[in-house]
Design a protein around this ligand. Structure first.
Ligand SMILES: O=C1C[C@@](O)(C(=O)O)C[C@@H](O)[C@@H]1O
Length: 151
């Protein structure tokens, strides 16, 4: 994701850098009245440390597992252990066939995050984050859904 600006414009759209993405998501959250804390790293251990140290102070996670999508068991497990809602997001539609407009060039991949995620938002460029953030906000405000006390 640190190479966002060099990726296919057709799939990833006009967001030119991770900093731009973080700002866009933060601004979108502010519009919803939500504080967004952003984090990114190319190092799996750093992602694990962030999840561990943030679990007590956040309400939920939105994760784009990017290059870890098919292999990030440690990160997936750490997220599951927080007991918090987790939305998986992707710019691309990772389930699309090869050659599809917003799919990955090589065709569908199987995410190792989806089976324990609360929800999934993908194929909508950076708007996938907007969908995830909106759904999480509504869900957490709903006392019969994500806003309910954890079991
Ligand atoms: O780095 C990425 C980005 C991605 O997660 C997306 O946002 O579409 C899709 C992944 O397959 C890829 O490795």
């Amino acid at each position: 994701m640190s190479s966002l600006g060099r990726r296919s414009k057709k799939v990833y759209g006009k967001i030119a850098s991770l900093d731009d993405l973080k700002q866009w998501v933060t601004d979108f959250g502010a519009g919803l009245g939500v504080d967004v804390e952003t984090f990114s790293s190319n190092y799996q251990g750093a992602i694990l440390e962030f999840i561990h140290e943030s679990a007590e102070r956040v309400d939920a996670y939105i994760i784009n597992p990017a290059g870890l999508t098919t292999v990030g068991e440690g990160v997936r497990h750490a997220l599951e252990d927080t007991g918090l809602p987790v939305m998986e997001v992707h710019f691309s539609n990772i389930s699309a066939n090869a050659g599809a407009a917003r799919g990955l060039g090589g065709g569908a991949i199987n995410s190792s995050f989806t089976h324990t995620a609360t929800g999934l938002s993908m194929g909508m460029r950076h708007y996938s984050y907007a969908a995830a953030l909106t759904a999480l906000t509504l869900g957490l405000d709903d006392q019969d859904f994500l806003g309910a006390e954890a079991d």
